[in-house]
Structure formats: structure tokens, C-alpha cells
Design a protein around this ligand. Sequence first.
Ligand SMILES: [Zn+2]
Length: 281
Amino acid sequence: MLVSTAELLNGAREGGYAIGAFNVYNLEGASAVVAAAEAERSPAMLQILPTALKHGGPPLVALCLTAAREASVPMTVHLDHSASAEDIQTALDAGLTSVMADGSHLPFADNVAFTRQMADLVHEQGGAVEAELGRLTGTEDGLTVPEYEARLTNPGEAADFVAQTDIDALAVCIGNVHGRYPGEPDLDFERLDAIRNTVAVPLVLHGASGLPEAMVRRSIELGVAKFNVNTEVRAAYLEAVRKLVEGPDSPDLLDLMRGAVGAMEPVVSAKLQLFGSVGKA
Ligand SMILES: [Zn+2]
């Protein structure tokens, strides 16, 4: 069933678990997330990146919304990482009511202005907005310690940012990275605790691929209600297709599609278990 993002995130916070938000690109991705969520009796989110939206357009949004609506567990569909007012409008016109307005590359005042404008736009449609403060980059490589720390979310600024933008969820930068972690993940939990104490909205952690269980647990205890997952699910898809194509049988297109869903589903299930949302639907 299609529910609101606010409902999912607030339920997670109250219940001491987090929502898994999975980037999907097509029918196979949406099917894998729905199948895993239903099997685990877990809520979940389908996320569409602007690049995927550009490729799939309103039909991709409609596909995800229909998959969410027909699922037997609570789900939402969310536009991930959008720095473009035009993309956000396209998503709203196509029926999405949950977006990440990403002005994190902008100076603070400009980030506030962009995010506030997008929050007002999305709230008019009864939707929810996630925004990011700090810069999620790759690694510490090539940065001095002060340069690296300047990219992390500042707890004092976070309070101002949330108050001025009226957002519904805040994505934090505490040492998390997109893609694969180059070494052992090193999250700044003191910083997360300080942010949690200055900000009332649910927190979001991007870059959950490869985070060990203890770090996921600690993040949830410190206010994280949503984890974004892309890399590991996508890798399972690509690996399954590669194996089938390079294998002895010449697979039909439907074999590849089914193989991809079958390969992604257990990866999604494992994340739902890790996030503690199993059995919460
Ligand atoms: Zn992200």
C-alpha cells in the first residue's frame, strides 16, 4: 500500500528501527524491493535518481507508484538527490510526493534558499522533503583534516537549516560515503548525537552499502530513520545478468529479468533485516 513518507519515518523513529530506501531503475528493481519487503513483512521505500527519471520519465514514476500501491506492505516512492527545480516539478507532476531537494553543493545561504523553495512547493502537494547539509564525498584522500571536517554536518548549522527550510528529514554527513567504502567505515557518532540533540526531524544516512551491523544499530539509536541503499543492489543485478549472458545457455530476455529480480531480492531482504524493519509492516 502507498503511504506517506512522514508516516514511514515517524513509525520507524517511534519503533526504534529504520526504513530501507532502495534506488530502482526499472520494473525489475521495483519488483525485487516489493518482493523482499512483502516476504519480510517490512515497510520500504522505492527511490528514483534524477538520472533514472531522465531516462524513464513519468512511466517509471507510474510503475513505481503502482508497485507500491499494490504491495501488501506500506511503501513510498521518493525522488533521490535532486538539485534541479525542474526535475522536482516533473516528479510532482508525475505523482510523487516525496523528494530529496539537494542543495548540499551550494553555500549555506543558497542551500537554505533552494531547499526552502522546494519544501514549500512539495508541501503544497502534501508531500515530504529531505535535504542534506554537509558534503558527502568519497574519502578523506587529498583533503586536510580541517577540509574534511568542514564537509561534515555541523550540528549548530543543522538546527538553523531545519528551522529555516521547514524540511521533514535531514540527510547527514558524518563520514558516510556513496558507493563502496574505501576502507573500514568510520562514522562520527559524537557528531550524530549532537545533531540529533539539536534537530527534531528524522535523520537520513546515505551510503549504507557496506556498513557493519554495529554501526547501523548505533546510527538508529542516534536518530537515523532512513538508510539509502544503491550500490549493493545494483551490483547484484549486474552480476546476475553478466553470469547469465556469459553462461552456457543462451538466455531469453525474460530469463535475464527474472534472474536480476532473484539476485536483488536477497540483498534487499538482508538490508531490511539489518535495519530492524522486518515484521513491522
Ligand atoms: Zn545519497
